[in-house]
Design a protein. Structure first.
Length: 271
């Protein structure tokens, strides 16, 4: 058990080896106290962290973060909010760097951003094509564009590499379509919030072997810690919510999530 800044009490209980499949440890405020954040996560049973790319300028910082801290693995990519930067130069840079990561991400479609969906789709397709050519899975950001995202993934033959649907907010029916393409569905701290509906349905209706866990730290903070920056240790809240929804012990969910993550992210160290 650990007490973090006298605010957070977390306990690993009888699980270990949790993998946070999506956390931005290279970004502030987490990067400013990274050793403390990682130590707190370890005390909560989280031993590995997948750090996805957002902006090309952050790739070198991500690589340096992974070199300094054991258990951190990068996944380079251009976030849909920065899709306009997916030009020939940056795509060439991504091609040179991508194979040193465990996946390409986070990439996808989101109408909430100023960049047009047409431009986002071009960037998405270019990065999917690169992932398939390199044999790397993808971390997909998808909000309110599920049918379009599914079509793009099918047309780009992403079933050859599979991936993770990040912080999935769609229906169980849509989730099954992505699972047929070789994806697993990532559950975030949103499932703990008082307003959660779809995430609960997804967890209730899908088999555990199709689900993985993430924080999306510093965003998507679980209900218990709303108002604070999210951090990997808080994945325990999501773990417990999934276990409660499925009617199983948290250790069962911890084991299943780890196994599913390692199945998809083959380059992630198993130790």
């Amino acid at each position: 058990m650990t007490v973090y800044r006298n605010e957070v009490v977390l306990q690993s209980e009888d699980w270990t080896g949790l993998i946070d499949t999506h956390c931005h440890l290279d970004l502030e405020p987490l990067s400013l106290r990274l050793a403390e954040v990682v130590n707190c996560a370890h005390q909560a049973g989280v031993t590995q962290f997948v750090v996805p790319g957002v902006h090309p300028d952050g790739w070198a910082r991500m690589a340096a973060t992974a070199e300094r801290h054991a258990g951190i693995s990068p996944a380079f990519g251009i976030h849909p909010m920065h899709a306009a930067l997916a030009d020939d130069d940056n795509l060439s840079r991504l091609a040179e760097r991508a194979s040193t990561g465990v996946a390409i991400g986070e990439i996808g479609l989101d109408p909430a951003y100023a960049v047009s969906l047409e431009r986002q789709e071009r960037a998405f397709r270019d990065q999917l094509s690169l992932a398939v050519s390199l044999g790397l899975p993808v971390l997909v950001h998808c909000r309110r564009t599920f049918q379009r995202t599914l079509r793009v993934l099918q047309e780009e033959r992403v079933h050859q590499v599979g991936g993770i649907m990040h912080a999935f907010s769609g229906s169980p029916e849509m989730a099954r379509e992505f699972i047929r393409l070789g994806f697993v569905i990532s559950i975030s701290g949103v499932i703990t919030r008082n307003s959660a509906v779809r995430p609960l349905r997804v967890v209730r209706e899908l088999p555990l072997e199709c689900l993985v866990l993430e924080t999306d730290a510093p965003d998507l903070t679980p209900q218990r810690y709303r108002g604070q920056s999210n951090q990997p240790a808080y994945i325990v809240e999501t773990l417990r919510a999934v276990a409660g929804t499925k009617g199983v012990e948290p250790a069962v969910v911890a084991h299943s999530s780890r196994a599913a993550t390692l199945r998809i992210l083959e380059k992630l160290p198993a130790a």
